[in-house]
Design a protein around this ligand. Structure first.
Ligand SMILES: [Zn+2]
Ligand SMILES: [Zn+2]
Ligand SMILES: [Zn+2]
Length: 286
């Protein structure tokens, strides 16, 4: 069993539409700097099954890559959704009758997300036409995928206008991975971080913005952005970096870490952290 990284950008991807900042321009010139919206897949080689975490607006490209590069020429066996911001669920539209037209695809979501999808078109149409079948995920309640492997949802503080926000612990027979693409502030998370991190081997966390300097350059201040800064997260997660490989993901297009200047990436690596990249695979069964 392994987890594959399908995307590592903030909801709108990189280049960002209608933006001509240095990172976006670089990404237009050089494909290596492009990033798809944050998303993961979970693969079980023995049973030939796979699951998708967060159907993003880049769903089409991401599905194509799985079916081409891994020769996994099947639709997923189920979908899990973290929350109702555009980068994390709108790929569901490709399951409808204008596109793939799936039959009762299981889509596991929190109770508020379930209410949101069930009461708003076009999402409601997917349910009415039985393209998808909603399943309810409950906080801290394990969702088994196969023997010894599954997903545990954690509630995350994140401006929850339409739904709750989940982080996921994805576990296999040997290893556990924590995925939190969006969080407002670590300080607002009502948990004992040491306890959460105890048995985690890989951790992919919100790396949307790098520093106050980056925010100042786009005329924003830390107070009005609902994400932690990478520079602060490195301090908060320092105690865990020796027992867990910690990666940043969900990068905003302005983040210098994903631009042409290597010094930012080196700074992160010097501190013992990593940058998540599309195509990375993480084995959880041995
Ligand atoms: Zn997001
Ligand atoms: Zn930009
Ligand atoms: Zn969000």
């Amino acid at each position: 069993m392994y987890v594959k990284v399908l995307g590592t950008a903030q909801d709108a991807g990189i280049p960002h539409s209608n933006c001509f900042c240095p990172n976006c321009n670089l990404a237009r010139r050089d494909k290596r700097y492009q990033r798809l919206a944050a998303s993961l897949s979970i693969h079980f080689e023995e049973s030939n099954k796979w699951f998708l975490i967060d159907p993003s607006p880049d769903f089409k490209t991401q599905l194509d890559r799985i079916q081409k590069e891994t020769k996994w020429r099947l639709m997923m066996d189920g979908i899990f959704i973290t929350h109702a911001h555009i980068g994390h669920y709108t790929g569901l539209m490709y399951l409808g009758k204008e596109a793939v037209s799936t039959n009762q695809m299981p889509v596991a979501v929190g109770e508020n997300m379930r209410e949101f999808l069930s009461s708003h078109y076009p999402w409601k149409q997917l349910i009415d036409l039985k393209n998808i079948k909603l399943e309810t995920l409950k906080f801290k309640q394990d969702y088994q995928l196969t023997d010894g492997a599954g997903i545990t949802p954690l509630l995350i503080p994140h401006r929850n206008e339409f739904s709750e926000t989940f982080g996921f612990i994805i576990y296999g027979r040997q290893k556990r991975l924590l995925y939190i693409p969006d969080i407002d502030r670590w300080e607002q998370w009502n948990v004992n971080l040491g306890e959460v991190m105890r048995d985690i081997d890989y951790c992919f966390i919100d790396g949307t913005f790098y520093s106050e300097k980056e925010l100042a350059s786009i005329g924003r201040s830390y107070q009005d952005i609902p994400h932690p800064l990478i520079s602060d997260s490195m301090e908060i997660f320092k105690p865990y970096k020796d027992t867990c490989q910690i990666y940043f993901t969900h990068f905003n297009h302005t983040n210098p870490v994903i631009g042409g200047e290597e010094k930012y990436r080196r700074e992160i690596e010097k501190n013992g952290f990593f940058i998540l990249e599309e195509g990375h695979e993480f084995n959880l069964s041995d």
